[in-house]
Write a protein of this length. Structure first.
Lengths: 331, 413
């Protein structure tokens, strides 16, 4: 109960604080430069130059505190030793390049990067096209979209059950092993099968992201002018040709946005690996490796931060391209 | 050969019947225009011919072959859409080449065909541009070019000029007419709601109304011999005036006593027993002229619209009836509020009983249609040009000259 009151009062203070800031600062500004009297025009011009900064101020402050400062601090830490007491230059990065686990993580991240966005976008596109003209298409869409509502940790737990292993003489409670044994196979410890276990983990993210891709692409497909499709049919194009030569090229911009958005999610993937294998059996990824160094055992802030910086450098160009594409779409 | 034959063609969506009993023979090389009020199903009919809409009843033949279930691309047709429907991600050349690529033609063939279409439509400098870098008129030309490269037997146009501005519409209309002239053996079917396009382009116009065909005929035939009040009022602008009255004397020329007090002599025969028949006398605004003698209509001018070449007079705009409109050539200042007596020639009048023209009564055999010579300025000089008639005249040719006012040619539409 106490917690509830605390939460409510926090929200109230936040909301009223914002209102008070915007109203109050505006009032003060108008008091200093009154928009009337003999110097009204001059005052309005001066106030107009200051006002945006007043309104943006809190946002800039908080963004700086929670986004910019951590980046700078991470950079600083990545250049220092494990507890930040000694400057070590690039040696944390040099260590990373030579570290087997880091290389494994980089490789796995690249693999994730290739497989997950490609499959998610492809499945999303196919699902969008196939559900578009069906009567029960909307139900199908809802089902495909539903995993989006599940947290990555939840999805990891669910899929861990699907891959669950029991010895051959026991009842299989994992769906996959149940199917395998039904067809006469031997139950497998799926999550330890190198290198396939990586793909078993990826499927979880594909399962989640397909719904996202489908929704966005479905909207894009509906935005295609019907006449261009009819014209293509008159031109003799088969349904497949209409899809690949008329529809897909027209939504290429949207596909790029979906692809890059999923790519960014993939680069940051952490929860699924953390829950399902914790990076064992050759499934380590950068985000989980960073967590390991940062918070497990004897923390090494230097190495953890170095990994974080690498991750950020990898994401940035894709992010920039994503924003560029998304803006182009809006225009 | 690309004769089209529609037999009892019908279209319904569930219980909603959009079109029924469409019977139409289109000869190879004809330019046919479908007109009608919005929602009459003219675009639907075109799309059924194209194969984009299922035909739910009757039979469609193209070149003697039943086409009901043949896919669109194998019907030997090409279609030009109102919205151009260009593929936005392809250059002009690729847009035109798409159908040929699908059909598996060689690069040389495609190059040749697109080059030729580009030349025909003055698109050569734009062949490597994307549609978004073209103006509306150029886009529509690309759409036409896309049809031309396929060299179809039948061209279908679905309101191709509706998205263009007025000046471009005229220019493109002329281009389409020239295109047709350069391909005399190709059939063209053209849907529009624009009368001017219909009158100027068509060999024959098909007027669609209420889910069926109201009348089929040459543009001037529809103008001069409308089969019913709907066609009479649909063709021509402003619409034909309908003046109610009763037949007072029968004969080769019928005399009608109009409810408004006037008397009309109509050059349409009536027979014994028709006396007292309730009729509507139809008179086109442009056929009316001022008179001092016997008038078919007398009224006070409520409003005038001076367009320079013609002056429109409105009568009865303040009453809850359809106003009577007269279109007088030239400029007539100071008519507002004045009482005007108007008459028209017997040959220019129409007679309707229960909505249908008495000219077509009992399936009467009419002599083949000949345009009226020196028709009032309403004639459009279209494909069936009245202009081609050499001799200058019947007695009505000077009927419209106003004292001291230059007689204009052609109405404003």
């Amino acid at each position: 109960m106490e917690l509830l009151w605390l939460a409510i009062s926090t929200i109230a203070i936040g909301v009223f604080g914002c209102v008070a800031w915007f109203w109050g600062s505006n009032w003060v500004l108008d008091a200093i430069y009154p928009p009337r009297g003999p110097r009204a025009g001059d005052n309005i011009r001066k106030a107009g130059q200051i006002r945006p900064w007043l309104f943006l101020g809190p946002a800039i402050l908080f963004l700086g505190m929670y986004l910019v400062y951590p980046v700078i601090d991470s950079l600083w830490r990545s250049l220092h030793n494990s507890d930040g007491s000694r400057f070590v230059g690039m040696s944390n990065y040099v260590w990373a390049v030579g570290d087997g686990k880091f290389r494994e993580s980089m490789l796995n991240n690249m693999l994730w990067l290739l497989v997950v966005p490609a499959l998610s976008t492809l499945f999303g596109l196919v699902a969008a096209q196939l559900t578009d003209r069906l009567k029960w298409g909307n139900i199908g869409k809802s089902l495909i979209f539903m995993p989006m509502a599940i947290s990555f940790v939840g999805a990891g737990v669910i899929w861990k059950f699907i891959y669950e292993y029991r010895a051959a003489d026991e009842t299989q409670i994992g769906l996959l092993n149940w199917i395998v044994t039904k067809f006469g196979g031997d139950p497998q410890i799926w999550l330890t099968l190198i290198p396939w276990n990586n793909f078993f983990l990826m499927i979880v993210l594909v399962w989640i992201q397909t719904g996202f891709a489908m929704v966005i692409l479905s909207a894009a497909l509906r935005g295609i002018p019907e006449e261009t499709i009819e014209a293509a049919i008159l031109d003799g194009a088969s349904p497949l040709q209409v899809f690949f030569k008329i529809k897909v090229p027209q939504i290429m911009g949207t596909i790029a946005v979906v692809w890059t958005t999923i790519t960014i999610v993939v680069l940051k993937v952490f929860d699924i690996v953390f829950v399902m294998t914790n990076g064992q059996w050759g499934t380590q990824v950068l985000a989980n490796l960073m967590y390991d160094w940062m918070f497990r055992g004897t923390p090494d802030y230097g190495r953890g931060s170095a990994i974080a910086m690498v991750l950020m450098i990898l994401v940035t160009p894709i992010m920039v391209w994503n924003i560029y594409n998304a803006r182009k779409e809006v225009r | 050969m690309a004769d089209l034959k529609l037999t009892n063609v019908a279209k319904s969506y569930g219980d909603v019947h959009v079109l029924k009993n469409i019977n139409l023979d289109i000869r190879s090389g004809e330019f046919i225009v479908f007109v009608g009020p919005s929602g009459c199903g003219k675009s639907t009919l075109l799309r059924m011919i194209a194969g984009l809409e299922q035909i739910t009843g009757g039979e469609l033949q193209i070149g003697g072959q039943v086409m009901n279930d043949i896919p669109p691309s194998q019907r030997g047709i090409a279609m030009v859409f109102q919205s151009y429907a260009l593929y936005p991600h392809m250059t002009v050349r690729d847009n035109m080449a798409f159908a040929l690529k699908i059909a598996g033609q060689t690069k040389e063939q495609i190059q040749q065909a697109t080059d030729r279409a580009g030349r025909m439509l003055q698109l050569t400098p734009y062949l490597d541009r994307l549609p978004k870098a073209l103006s509306g008129g150029q886009r529509q030309r690309v759409a036409i070019g896309r049809a031309i490269v396929r060299d179809p037997k039948v061209y279908l146009f679905d309101e191709p000029l509706s998205n263009l501005d007025a000046a471009l519409r005229v220019a493109t209309r002329i281009e389409i007419a020239q295109l047709k002239a350069s391909m005399p053996d190709r059939t063209m079917i053209y849907v529009t709601h624009d009368q001017t396009e219909a009158m100027t382009l068509a060999d024959r116009i098909v007027v669609l109304a209420g889910g069926g065909i109201a009348q089929v005929g040459a543009p001037l035939e529809l103008y001069e011999r409308p089969v019913n009040e709907f066609v009479a009022q649909f063709i021509g602008s402003p619409a034909m005036n309908l003046l109610p009255g009763k037949v007072s004397r029968i004969g080769a020329t019928t005399t009608v006593a109009l409810d408004g007090g006037g008397v009309a002599h109509v050059a349409i025969p009536t027979r014994a027993g028709d006396e007292g028949m309730v009729v509507n006398v139809g008179v086109r605004p442009e056929d009316m002229r001022e008179t001092d003698g016997e008038a078919i209509f007398e009224g006070t001018v409520d409003l005038t619209e001076a367009l320079g070449e013609v002056t429109l007079l409105y009568f009865g705009t303040r009453e809850e009836v359809v106003p009577v409109i007269a279109k007088l050539p030239g400029i007539h200042p100071g008519l507002n509020g004045k009482t005007v007596r108007l008459t028209a020639d017997p040959e220019a009048l129409h007679l309707f009983h229960k909505g249908t023209s008495l000219l077509y009564r009992d399936g009467a055999d009419l002599p083949p249609y000949q345009p009226r010579i020196a028709a009032p300025s309403g004639s459009m000089g279209g494909a069936h040009g009245a202009a081609s008639m050499p001799e200058g005249g019947d007695d009505r040719s000077d009927g419209r000259i106003e004292d001291g006012v230059v007689k204009p040619e052609g109405p404003v539409r």
